[in-house]
Design a protein around this ligand. Structure first.
Ligand SMILES: Cc1ncc(COP(=O)(O)O)c(C=O)c1O
Length: 396
């Protein structure tokens, strides 16, 4: 990370090498709020358009510094920073697909990505099929001659089903398609999809990558060829990220390894403890032996403590007691986001999955007793004690 950060810092000095001036550099990365950079001659204008900074929607030092950090993080060739995770997804799809193309998408997917696949893309003549990626034969059977893209999250919201990235890459590449992976719930601290064969990795940086619930942004990492094709589309769509968000996230990204390692370890510990509580009928976390894809998880991730800071669990469907349970929690607060340093919880049936018929939700394992948890960096013993005392409301 430090090597990239130095390289990113050098970007600021328009060619002045950090080695040429060994003191008086800002100790932290400055924020460039300017919308434009000045030039003194047409020769300089031509040079600036080729290789320097011009206008904020085209390029900006804070975005480029962050993009450099993300390329290092994901072990990819090149990255782009967008205004949100959704901007990263739609801008990429607008670039790599055309009318008549076909996408195969995991049916266990973030609600708004589901809408992009089933509404937005179809409006522009792109076909999509949503199938369960728990079964690779369903993915193979969905392939058509015009399949150009296979899409999945590493870990699905809120049931945590995981994607077999190496097998998906094999299926995609055999058929001349790209594999695009959303790494939001896991991050490159846990898994690097590009190393496992994916062609494009995107993340909502709004979540774990930033970790402080105070900025919105998205990243795309891929080969230089793919990224260079997305760059002009991002300019036309107006989806490059704002410099202040890029500056905030670049600052917070410096602690991403410390934070996310602790969040993943806490989640594994909390999941194991909740599974033993008599009021919890089910816990979904890939570290648990009861998780249907536990063996696949052990193949994809470095260990039980290195999978994801996300999990879900199911309590009795007594809405009055569920409210009392939430009120009794001291650490976990309800929030419509995830990945921050504080533990937050969310109720899929009244939020992300509220538009779905109950029977369909139940088929996916989502019941009114389900909570999704994003585990923070608190001491795990405190979290376990707190959940246990709050769960006592179901005693009577
Ligand atoms: C898995 C996943 N992907 C993408 C997004 C979209 O990110 P953003 O809100 O930054 O647009 C979200 C948002 O919650 C998400 O959970």
């Amino acid at each position: 990370m430090s090597e990239t950060y130095t390289r990113a810092s050098e970007l600021l000095y328009h060619g002045h090498s950090a080695k040429g001036q060994d003191y008086n550099y800002p100790a932290s990365f400055p924020l460039f709020t300017n919308t434009s950079f000045t030039m003194n001659s047409l020769a300089q204008v031509r040079e600036a358009y080729r290789s320097k900074f011009t206008y904020v929607r085209t390029n900006n030092p804070n975005r480029e510094a962050l993009a450099d950090m993300v390329s290092y993080f994901e072990n990819g060739e090149k990255s782009l920073i967008c205004s949100s995770g959704m901007a990263a997804i739609t801008t990429t799809l607008m670039t790599v697909l055309k009318p008549g193309d076909h996408i195969i998408c995991n049916s266990f997917i973030y609600g708004e990505t589901f809408d992009v696949m089933t509404k937005l893309m179809r409006k522009f003549g792109v076909e999509s099929d949503l199938v369960s990626f728990d079964d690779m034969d369903q993915v193979r059977a969905a392939v058509k001659p015009n399949t150009k893209l296979i899409y999945s999250e590493v870990c699905a919201n809120p049931t945590m089903n995981i994607a077999d990235i190496p097998t998906l890459a094999e299926i995609a590449h055999k058929n001349g398609a790209y594999l695009m992976i959303d790494n939001t719930f896991t991050t490159a601290v846990s898994i690097r999809p590009l190393d496992l064969g994916a062609d494009i990795v995107i993340s909502s940086m709004t979540k774990f990558m930033n970790g402080h619930s105070n900025a919105i942004s998205g990243s795309i990492t891929a080969s230089a060829q793919i990224i260079d094709a997305i760059h002009p589309i991002r300019m036309l769509c107006g989806t490059p990220g704002d410099p202040y968000a890029a500056w905030t996230i670049a600052t917070n990204m410096q602690t991403v390894f410390l934070r996310v390692k602790k969040q993943m370890a806490n989640a594994a510990q909390l999941a194991a403890a909740l599974e033993k509580n008599p009021h919890v009928s089910k816990v979904n976390h890939p570290s648990l032996e009861s998780f249907p894809q536990h063996e696949l998880a052990l193949k994809l991730f470095a260990g039980n403590d290195a999978m994801t800071g996300m999990m879900s669990f199911i309590v009795p469907e007594d809405m009055e007691k569920i409210d009392q349970f939430m009120e009794r929690l001291h650490f976990a607060r309800y929030a419509t986001t995830l990945g921050g340093i504080h533990t937050t919880l969310n109720h899929p049936v009244t939020s992300s999955h509220s538009h779905m018929p109950d029977a369909d939700r139940r088929k996916m394992g989502i019941t009114p007793g389900m909570f999704r948890l994003s585990v923070g960096i608190e001491e795990p013993e405190d979290l376990i004690k707190d959940f246990y005392q709050a769960l006592e409301v179901f005693d009577k």
